[in-house]
Design a protein around this ligand. Sequence first.
Ligand code: SAH
Length: 238
Amino acid sequence: MAHFFRQLSAVVAICCGMAFALPAPQTTNTFTQQRDRMVADQIQRRGVANPRVLEAMRTVPRHRFVPATLQHLAYTDRPLPIGHGQTISQPFIVAYMSEALGVEPAHKVLEIGTGSGYQAAVLAHLARVVYTIEIVPELARRAAATLKELGYTSVHVREGDGYAGWPEQAPFDRIMVTAAPDRIPQPLIDQLRAGGRMVIPVGAAEQWLTVVEKTATGVVQRRTIPVRFVPFTRGRAG
Ligand code: SAH
């Protein structure tokens, strides 16, 4: 009899243990797990290895940068619409471009094409300060609000045509462009520090992600992978 009760209490203990071990999963845990999986399956598996980039991709809450109705798709392997005909890039592309940019902690970075603000948040984990320009006013406002809510105080958002860069803050150590022009805007090359680097999708029908290195004597360009970005549009001033 005593044996039976000992067994029964063991069963109860196990059941209770399970009950305590299985609280309703927190939404944030779910998103954290989805991010870890995204990094392992979509990003590391395809060869991105920079530990700082991987950590940033594990940290930034991508679901906060997509429309509420699409949050369940935030960590899937694709770009998503963010309104005004624009998209947040596929996670792999964000990671690939961030690695290609070779950002160091002391760097001052310029991004053209804020969109949702997601790429800017990733860059904020890698650099000292990030300046980002968005041509669609509503997107610029929304991205600034999201970044503020999440505490990204080192990101500065400006509304306008990024063709002209951000002369008041130049030169930049790194420049990332996330919309595709037919050719590289000269003001962006001018605002790159000597020894600096730019990553930019270039082309119309066929686009190539291009890495531009600025040396003391000129500019060296290297094509990397074929990509598909929204077009780089021009404001009325251009
Ligand atoms: N980096 C963004 C995705 C960019 S989509 C993110 O992480 O969500 C490309 C963005 O570039 C769009 O929002 C588009 O409006 C913007 N864009 C296009 N041409 C531009 C220009 N000339 N200056 C600034 N932004 C531009």
